[in-house]
Design a protein around this ligand. Structure first.
Ligand SMILES: NC(=O)c1ccc[n+]([C@@H]2O[C@H](COP(=O)([O-])OP(=O)(O)OC[C@H]3O[C@@H](n4cnc5c(N)ncnc54)[C@H](O)[C@@H]3O)[C@@H](O)[C@H]2O)c1
Length: 258
């Protein structure tokens, strides 16, 4: 039986190592038959991302720092040369300085605010714009990003990253409205907390993961395989009626009052 994503080509930005949520997304999408391009932020992360890509036959890697417009343009050009069309785009980057992820939110610096919003929100806009002609050439497609509930409720220490996620979620809705007429859907997955490199930058996240699992209706931790499967569904034609949504994949934790 063909997979949900057989014949689809997907660009995945956001793998740092095998623990990344985007590594889970890559694994689920490859299992469902997608052809993948994975990007790595810099030379330090290159080897880890290449090792990850080796586990997905036919996939390849490209460098991409979302703060560099020329690198964004180069990725779009390489995909145009190699594939000519694109069915799916995943943008998973998030970044804030460690010192902005503890203590009082009110202390956030102007440049720390700009940096967090630039990488964690503007990155989605810039990538979607650069890839739009490729998605249009495919007759439409799916754009996905990753968010967190701290955009709506206060989670200690998320601080400026929570504000960036709020902006990201609004961005999802505006992009969905812009691109809907071209049959391009734009959605975010709101993941429960998972231990990754990015998550460990937030003070106290380790203790929170167990507590959240204990209180979740499904009484289990969120993991990258769960996020990968939700992403594969959202990127597939089964989700063709879903756009502009924030889809929670947190084992139900967000419905709880206490
Ligand atoms: N882990 C969690 O608990 C959790 C929960 C909800 C949402 N998320 C979101 O999931 C996404 C992936 O994070 P993760 O937890 O898998 O951690 P991760 O550290 O594995 O991934 C973060 C990625 O962001 C990339 N990045 C940072 N700055 C960049 C830049 N300038 N250019 C290009 N890439 C850049 C890193 O290279 C890395 O690949 C993030 O948006 C994160 O906020 C994570």
């Amino acid at each position: 039986m063909p997979g949900l994503l057989t014949g689809k080509r997907v660009l995945i930005q956001g793998v740092a190592n095998r623990f990344s949520l985007c590594a889970g997304i890559a694994a689920s999408m490859a299992r469902e038959g997608a052809e993948l391009c994975l990007t790595y932020q810099n030379e330090r992360l290159r080897e880890g991302v290449e090792k990850c890509a080796e586990t997905f036959p036919g996939s390849f890697t490209l460098p991409l720092d979302l703060q560099e417009d020329d690198q964004i343009a180069r990725v779009a050009q390489k995909l145009t040369d190699r594939w000519g069309t694109l069915d799916g785009l995943v943008v998973g980057a998030a970044f804030a300085r460690t010192e902005e992820l503890e203590g009082e939110f009110i202390a956030v610096s102007r440049d720390g605010f700009h940096l967090a919003l630039d990488v964690s929100c503007y990155g989605l806009i810039a990538m979607t714009r650069a890839c739009r002609p490729l998605l249009v050439a495919a007759g439409g497609g799916s754009v996905l990003t990753l968010t967190y509930m701290a955009s709506e409720r206060v989670v200690p220490n998320y601080n400026v990253m929570a504000v960036a996620k709020g902006a990201l979620e609004t961005t999802v809705r505006y992009l969905a409205n812009d691109l809907g007429p071209q049959n391009i859907r734009v959605n975010a997955i709101s993941s429960g907390p998972v231990r990754t490199a990015a998550a460990s930058g937030v003070k106290g996240v380790g203790g929170m993961i167990g507590e959240v699992a204990d209180r979740s209706p499904l009484r289990r931790k969120t993991d990258r395989d769960q996020i990968g499967d939700v992403a594969a569904f959202l990127a597939s034609d089964l989700a063709r009626a879903i756009t502009g949504e924030i889809v929670f994949a947190d084992n139900g934790y967000h419905i709880m009052g206490v």
